[in-house]
Design a protein around this ligand. Structure first.
Ligand SMILES: *Cc1c(COP(=O)(O)O)cnc(C)c1O
Length: 235
């Protein structure tokens, strides 16, 4: 059985308190850090709960799953964001079913999404996913390749580049995980700051931090934490 709304709300209150505490620690306004509820693998009820709690958006990692769940969601104004790897042949479906794609990591995908958005008469908001922790197990453009990808993205008429996204490498121990997270998030932050200064575009969104590493992410400047297990339980 899936958790009750009351349990979800109690968990969300705890996550919001963690976000508020992390913001206080780094002198930030909690209103500058959005909580994205990651509903992957859970029933559509998970998305309904997020909307009822007042969250703006949910994150899904597979196109197929979102296209089954979204039409049955009771909250018409909820936004859906793709946070998982996207194959370019699914670009059109992604543009149809998602309000934003956070996992854009190649020139090929930029081309396909731009074309699909043009065909559907849309401007698609995107984030560029950067492998800021240099993790061979993760998707995302290499740090060295990121500036060129960002410049290519800016030239796409049917894409709007909101910012950057990353996932920190796993660690063998909690200490190692925290060290990886701090390094990864600092890398993404400085990449964004360099690009913003050089290109004169704010790239406001820094999507970084999950259930286990949202505190270091907020310290490094995250504007969106993507939280699944702390809200819905283990998958
Ligand atoms: C699953 C997932 C999350 C949420 O992870 P939790 O540890 O459950 O909070 C965040 N980001 C991405 C890209 C994910 O795939």
């Amino acid at each position: 059985m899936f958790i009750s709304y009351e349990e979800f709300a109690a968990r969300a209150d705890i996550v919001r308190a963690q976000i508020a505490a992390a913001c206080k620690q780094s002198g930030r306004d909690p209103a500058t850090v959005e909580l994205l509820a990651v509903t992957k693998t859970h029933p559509v009820t998970a998305a309904d709960y997020a909307a009822r709690y007042g969250l703006r958006a949910v994150g899904e990692n597979r196109v197929q799953e979102a296209l089954e769940k979204r039409p049955t969601c009771a909250a018409p104004t909820l936004s859906w964001e793709l946070i998982g790897h996207l194959q370019s042949n699914k670009s059109k479906l992604a543009v149809q079913y998602f309000d934003r794609v956070q996992s854009v990591d190649s020139e090929k995908l930029l081309n396909h999404l731009d074309r699909a958005a043009a065909e559907l008469g849309k401007v698609l908001p995107v984030l560029l996913q950067i492998n800021a922790g240099n993790d061979p197990a993760k998707f995302g453009a290499d740090l060295a390749a990121a500036p060129r990808l960002v410049e290519l993205a800016l030239a796409k008429k049917n894409l709007r580049i909101d910012g950057l996204m990353t996932i920190a490498p796993l660690g063998a121990t909690p200490t190692e995980a925290t060290a990886h997270a701090e390094r990864t998030f600092a890398n993404l932050r400085s990449l964004r700051d360099d690009l913003a200064a050089r290109l004169g575009v704010p790239f406001r969104e820094l999507s970084m931090g999950m259930s286990g590493d949202l505190v270091p992410a907020i310290a490094a400047g995250s504007t969106m934490v993507r939280v699944g297990s702390a809200l819905y339980g283990l998958r």
